[in-house]
Structure formats: C-alpha cells, structure tokens
Design a protein around this ligand. Structure first.
Ligand code: ADP
Ligand code: MG
Length: 701
C-alpha cells in the first residue's frame, strides 16, 4: 500500500467525522489508516458452522458445537469454585465451566439432551474447555437465525456510549480495505515466507479482519504473531550486537597467575561441565574488547559462586578490581566468608562493606579502594553509595538479580570512566522463552546441571491433620544429627495474622521439642538485625537444631547440615518462593526432605503448585508452570512489562512461535548483519520504519 495513504489521518476515512476521529484517537490510539488496520480483533464469533470437538483449533475464535452433557460437578473452593459439565460429541469431550450462577445453571441443565453450545474455547494441557458458554437446546436452535463469522474489536465504555459499536468498527474496516485495495507491502523476506509457509501480508491482514474460515484465521494469526515476535527479536538482537560493537569494555587479554594458580592447585572440587562452559563464555566476553553484559542463570545450589570467583580472578589478573554485590547482609557475609576461604592461598585483599560496617572500617575501605590496595569488595547496596569509589573497577557481579532494579545496575556502571563488565546472577529461573524477550539484549549463560552426588530432595505434601507424624519424622532426623527449617508465610496484607500464626506455631514447636534436648532458633521480620544475625549464626554453627522462620531465609543462606525443610501453609506461597525455600536444603551429603504442609482447603491453582513441587525439582519446569498460572506481567514485575505489551502474540501461549522467530532473527542477522542483501530488503525497510515510529506495527509502508 502506498505509504502516504497509510499515514492518512483517520479523519479522512469515509464514515469518520471529526467526533468519531477524536474518539478513535483518544480511546483506541487510532490516528491513521495504518493504526486502524492494526486494531486486531480480540475474538471472533463463528456461527457459520458447527465444530466437532475433535477438530477444534487453538485460535481465540468463538465456535459452536453440538453435543450432550454427560455429568456435572462442582470443583475448587472459594474464588476458584466452579461448576464443570462434561460435554461430549462423537469425536471427543471437553469441559463447560461456570464461575457464577451455579445453582440456576445446575437446576436447568439437562443431561443427555442435545445442546448447541457457543463460546470461546481455552486450551490447556491437551484439553479444551469453554467458560460460560451460550447454551441452547438443539431443538430450539434449529428454529433461530444464524449470523456469519464476525470479528469482535476491542472497545471502551465511551466508544459504546457514543455508538461506535463493533458493527461500526467493522464497517470502517471494510471501507478501509476497499480504499486500500489489498495492496500492503510485504514486510517479511521471500525465504522466510517460503521456509515457514507463512501467509503473505495481504492475505493475513485481510483474514484477520474478514476470516474466510477457521483455517485461514489460524494461518493469518500465525503469520502476524510470527511477524510481531520476529521484529521484537530482531531489534533486541541488533541492540545487543550494536552494544558490543559500540560500548568498549576493558580488554582482559590474559588469564594470569591468580586464575591459573587457583584453577590448577586450589579448586575445592571438580567443576561441572556446565560451570566450565559458562566460565568459558565469560572468558570469551572479557577478552573481546566489548563490555560484557551477561545474565547467569542457575538453579539454587548449581554452583554460581565459584563461577563468580573465577571471573573476578580474571579481572585481578589484568590489573583491575572486582566487586560482588548481594541483596542481604546475611548473604553478603556468607559470600565474604566463602571467598575469603577460597582466596586464602592466593594473596588477594578482600573486604566486606554493608550497612553495619563501622565508620572507621568504612573509611579504611574507601581509602584502599581508591588507591588500589583493595582487590575485591563484597557487600550489599552499600556498594552503591557515592563515597564508594573504585580505582579501576573491571568487573561487577550482582547476585540474585531479581532483588535489584535496573536503575541500580546502571548506577554501578557509572562508577568509573568506562563501564565495568557486568555479570548478573540469578537463581530465579526465568523460562527461557520469556528470558528471550525480557533479557533478549543481554547475553545469557545457563548452569543447567547440579554438582555430582546431590541427592534429589524428597518432597511430599502433608495435610495439617498429619502434623504429629511429621513431628515424629523431624525427631528421627534430628536424632541423626540433622537440622530442620520450619517456615511460615509472611504476606504483607495479613502481616498481623501471619505473625500470630508464626508465634502460635513456635509455641507448639517449643512444646513438642522441649529443652534441653532441643534448641530452637527463631527469626522473623520484626526482629532487630543484630538479633536476627545472632539467631541465624546459632543455627549456622549447629547450636540449634530447629530454625523457625518467616521467609527471611529465602535468599541464599547456606547450612549444609540442614536437611529438612518444612513449609507451613504451603498453599499460600508462590511456586518460585517454594522452589527457593526448598533450595535451602539438599546442600550437604545427606538425603534431604521438603515437607509441604497445608489445610484441606485448596484452590485448583494451589493444588497445581503443590503437585508441581512434589513432581519436579527442575527450576525451569517450575518456572514454566508458574508463568502459566500467573502470567508474565506478574512474574517479571511491572518494570519490564513494556516489552510484553504485545498486539497479537501471547507470551505464554506462543512460546513455540517465539522460539522460531528468535532463531530466524538470529540467523538473518548472522548471515547479513546490515541487511544489505536484496532478499532482506523488506526486513530492512520494515525495521527502519519500526525505529522511526517506535511501534512494532507501524512499519509497513
Ligand atoms: P548457588 O548457585 O546457589 O549460588 P553455590 O555456589 O552456593 O550455589 O554452591 C552450592 C554448593 O555447591 C556450595 O557448597 C558449593 O561449594 C558446592 N559446589 C559448587 N560447585 C560444585 C562442584 N562442581 N562440585 C561439588 N560441589 C560444588
Ligand atoms: Mg548463591
């Protein structure tokens, strides 16, 4: 389509007067013809034909199906409570689901009588369901009038109040297509279209607004989703490449004495293949003239610390300083002690800087940092204070990324003349597919292997009624010399109540595990830091056998002798939290256990969470389930949600398309970094439009 025509203000479309134009701009952000074309329908009403359950496709269309209800039951509790009817035809079965109006529906539904159901289908775990279907007895339905397949556009209250109905929008779309005469410029290259058998642009845009059939619609959606994800990936990957060519980094040309001595003589264990691979990736970055910007993902206990240390040693070998920042005092103290021990034979100077470092010590550290006497600085946020000035910071490592915002990351950056290399480590597995989008511009390393000899943590779910048995089990384990965590939820909204639960629980545990045979530590958020630390240390040193705590122990503590994790009210924890907590045990040689306690009242989601925990210990698998349950926005927090603001693709459901799009984007840039090739011209044009208009769908011309 002619670029000028597409940029025509929406006022000039036949049927749009000044009032409507104003509303379209304000309510839907539609300024031009182009914007209107990319107003994609939310869903479709298809009453043109009847579908068999066996032939349903994973589109978001609404369909009608003829079949019978075989039985009805209530499922879930509280807000998850719903009425579920099993609905069958001769090709398969699906669920009809109601979250409201249970009684009326239950009283009126007829079993084993033919119905026509109409609604949007959901697909999850190989199974289709239809929430709140429109239902009509087949006998009645045969007398009624059918409509055709119709797109349903996003709307707002103001629009419908002003009579800009779906029908009106559809009419405008028709007008637009008749003016544009279906001549949109193809924005993907010929080889891409051919290899992936993608629907051409013209056809896809036409079918997204005027679907000719379910199959056409599915292909149109696929093509447009692919395009959306492809251009996001293309931009991210290009940004990464540009960053590498533009942002000069310190060139760590050699691997010197520190690294080599440590590697040859002082490694406390044999590195796993995954650790070796990741160290190699980091070494490659550090020697490449570009500033490293790498995310290191590795499950709890996968051994990220040694990777951090060896990277820091490379910095030292090249005459630079390094720092390691952790989110809590306890964790930075542990890092400090651990690294101090590992570095003993190496003749390096290490200091710890946290909020509770004394003023005189602090002064000394500042001085030694500035004159270069100090090699490595470990600490908390305190590292980010303005007074902390490195002589030549070459590598900054940040542990547990999810606790630090991006702003803080960049603060570290600007500490010296050139940005230091940055390695961000996280134990919160982000599903690979999501990481591709959220962190697409970072390089990602993954430690996907646990050190050898780790026994799987046996995880079970027990109901509160079985508490006595659980206590007996704890006693047996303690008798073998092991230590036990008992963790209570602490959720801000119900803080007072949670605190009471914790205290009640603590008292019952004290009764069950009396002095002098048993020593118990307690740590919670309302204690002074010094008291917390005192209690923590008693447990770390083995003076107490039981640690009763709220989730303050979530991040990073390492007590290898602790081999049992009891999580109270486990149904109230999120999956990633449960996984993190479980990671506190299984650090020593003993068989470890995780016991998830809950009441009998479980929502469906809670059941899924607990089942997932007992079924797998793979952090990535858990993260995928978490993503499905919670949605990406929630998982990542709001700061990155912009990346996920997609028009047509869905970050959860379309991960397969995302993978393909990413690999094609990479391949394209690898073969033709500047997109000079003739066949990539459409991509180059689209990309430059994209840069210009900053909106993924504003690039066609
Ligand atoms: P995380 O990735 O959670 O930070 P750590 O670095 O704290 O994991 O390592 C967890 C434990 O595993 C530590 O006690 C560490 O000494 C040990 N460890 C790390 N790598 C190996 C290895 N290759 N072989 C044996 N033990 C290892
Ligand atoms: Mg760690």
């Amino acid at each position: 389509m002619n670029a000028n025509l597409l940029q025509t203000p929406i006022d000039y479309l036949k049927g749009v007067g000044p009032n409507r134009a104003d509303l379209l701009r304000k309510e839907l952000g539609i300024h031009t013809f182009q914007d209107l074309i990319h107003l994609f329908p939310n869903r479709y009403l298809d009453r043109t034909q009847y579908y068999k359950i066996g032939q349903l496709q994973q589109t978001n269309a609404e369909v009608q199906i003829i079949g019978k209800i075989t039985h009805i039951k209530m499922m879930g509790e509280k807000r998850g409570k719903r009425l579920v009817a099993t609905f069958i035809d001769d090709t398969g079965k699906m669920d009809l689901i109601w979250f409201r109006g249970h009684k009326w529906i239950r009283d009126n539904l007829k079993i084993n009588v033919p119905y026509v159901v109409f609604g949007k289908t959901n697909y999850f775990n190989g199974h289709f369901s239809m929430p709140h279907p429109e239902m009509e007895l087949l006998a009645d339905h045969e007398k009624s009038i059918r409509a055709v397949m119709q797109p349903v556009y996003p709307s707002t209250e103001k629009l419908s109040n002003s009579n800009i109905t779906n029908r009106v929008l559809h009419g405008l779309m028709q007008q637009l297509f008749s003016e544009a005469k279906n001549s949109f410029t193809e924005s993907l290259s010929k080889p891409l279209l051919k290899n992936l058998k993608l629907m051409p642009k013209n056809e896809a845009l036409f079918n997204i607004h005027f679907p000719q059939s379910q199959e056409h619609l599915a292909r149109a959606q696929y093509r447009l989703k692919f395009e959306e994800l492809f251009y996001i990936q293309l931009q991210l990957i290009r940004k990464n490449l540009l960053h590498k060519s533009k942002i000069k980094g310190y060139h760590f040309s050699k691997v010197g004495e520190h690294f080599t001595t440590f590697y040859n003589d002082h490694l406390p264990f044999k590195l796993t293949d995954a650790q070796k691979r990741v160290i190699k990736e980091i070494r490659h970055d550090l020697g490449s003239n570009a500033q490293m910007n790498r995310l290191l993902q590795g499950d709890v206990g996968s051994g990220k610390t040694i990777v951090a240390l060896m990277s820091l040693l490379i910095a030292l070998d090249n005459g630079f300083q390094g720092c390691l920042m952790a989110p809590t005092e306890i964790l930075s103290v542990q890092h400090y002690n651990g690294l101090l021990e590992l570095c003993k034979p190496l003749n390096t100077s290490i200091e710890l800087l946290t909020g509770s470092t004394k003023a005189s010590k602090r002064k000394e550290i500042h001085k030694k940092l500035e004159n270069g006497e100090l090699d490595l600085l470990i600490g908390t946020h305190a590292l980010l204070e303005d007074k902390v000035k490195f002589k030549n910071l070459g590598l900054a490592i940040i542990d547990e990324q999810h606790r630090f915002g991006v702003a803080q990351r960049s603060k570290l950056w600007h500490k010296n003349n050139y940005p230091p290399h940055v390695l961000v480590m996280t134990a919160t597995p982000i599903p690979r597919t999501l990481a591709m989008s959220v962190y697409g511009d970072l390089d990602i390393s993954v430690i996907d292997e646990l050190p050898p000899g780790r026994k799987e943590i046996k995880t079970v779910h027990r109901f509160d009624a079985n508490r006595l048995k659980v206590f007996r089990f704890l006693k047996d384990e303690i008798a073998k010399g092991r230590q036990v965590y008992i963790v209570y939820p602490l959720i801000q909204e119900s803080e007072a109540l949670d605190y009471k639960d914790l205290m009640d629980g603590y008292e019952s545990i004290v009764r069950e595990f009396p002095l002098p045979n048993y020593q118990i530590s307690i740590v919670h958020g309302q204690m002074k830091p010094a008291d917390k630390e005192y209690e923590m240390n008693r447990f770390i040193n083995g003076e107490t056998q039981i640690m009763v705590a709220t989730t303050v122990i979530e991040v990073g503590v390492n007590v290898p002798n602790a081999s049992v994790m009891v999580i109270e009210s486990a149904e109230r924890f999120g999956l990633s939290q449960l996984h993190q907590l479980r990671g506190r045990v299984g650090r020593g040689a003993d068989q470890s256990f995780c016991i998830l306690m809950s009441s009998h009242k479980l929502s469906e989601d809670a059941k899924t969470r607990l089942q997932t925990m007992t079924k797998t210990s793979d952090g990535f698998e858990i993260a995928e389930v978490d993503l499905k349950l919670r949605g990406p926005g929630d998982l990542m927090g709001t700061q990155q949600s912009g990346v996920l603001n997609l028009r047509i693709a869905d970050m959860i459901k379309d991960t397969e398309i995302l993978k393909i799009a990413r690999s094609y984007a990479m391949q394209t840039l690898k073969n033709d970094p500047n997109l000079h090739a003739e066949e990539n011209k459409p991509i180059k044009v689209a990309l430059s439009q994209l840069m210009k208009y900053k909106n993924i769908w504003n690039y066609i011309s």
